[in-house]
Ligand binder design. Sequence first.
Ligand code: SF4
Length: 283
Amino acid sequence: MTPSSKKASPAAKKAPAAKKAPAAKKAPAAKKAPAAKPATSKERAPRQRTASSRAPAAAPAAPPDPTRLAAILRLLEERYPHPTTALRFENPLQLLVATILSAQCTDERVNQVTPELFAAFPDAAALWKAPTPELERIIHSTGFFRNKAKAIQGACKKLVEKHGGEVPREMAAMLELPGVARKTANVVLGTAYRLATGVVVDTHVRRVAARLGFTAESDPEKIERDLMRLLPEERWIDVGHQLVLHGRALCVARKPRCGECPLAPHCPSAGTLGDAGGEAAGE
Ligand code: SF4
């Protein structure tokens, strides 16, 4: 998943305003994150980075106070004013499939294969019924193609059988889809439908959030829970994308560019991470 200034799909424009996650509404400190069933096992099945095996930082930074948090969020908004994914899609189904394909693969590579894929198999029923060898051939270059083909066809079968071929708008329904866990569900629900169901946690978010002191956890589910407690719900979608963008642009795994980083005055890790720190943050 990658951010850019790309516009959201038509579906996104019509989508209702952010839907509140049931258990995560109130008072920051007291509010409970929804029973986060994270981007772990299911999304790892097709592959997934060994995110949890990599410590976010050598020493967890202190969590931000409200003033520092507000400054960081403002600066992220200024630097990345139109955050979204770099995956190209025209509807929620395409984003779902592209997100599955993006595991352990660059968005650029995914964008190279999806035009042929969606031209050949334009909807959930077609993807479900597609000859698997042909599907695997098209997506081969994205890596882990057998597992990804299995996940795509399993998810599309469920979409056809249970949701009329449409991508559901509920986290619980998304999590029932084969190959879909919280990360993919948050990407699709947040980006295609603008539903704030949680915060996308990928390798960049893990690293940057740890360096900023947003979390001391290394497990994606726990990181997401920390971010949902810390961030205003109306920022869940955009901050997820902004942290990804920042992790790619400046707060890279090795040798983060703190000297160029607008967040540096508010970042407890600024200037403290050399090669070793970058590696510890891992990617
Ligand atoms: S100051 Fe350095 S460690 Fe902190 S967010 Fe910026 S690049 Fe990352």
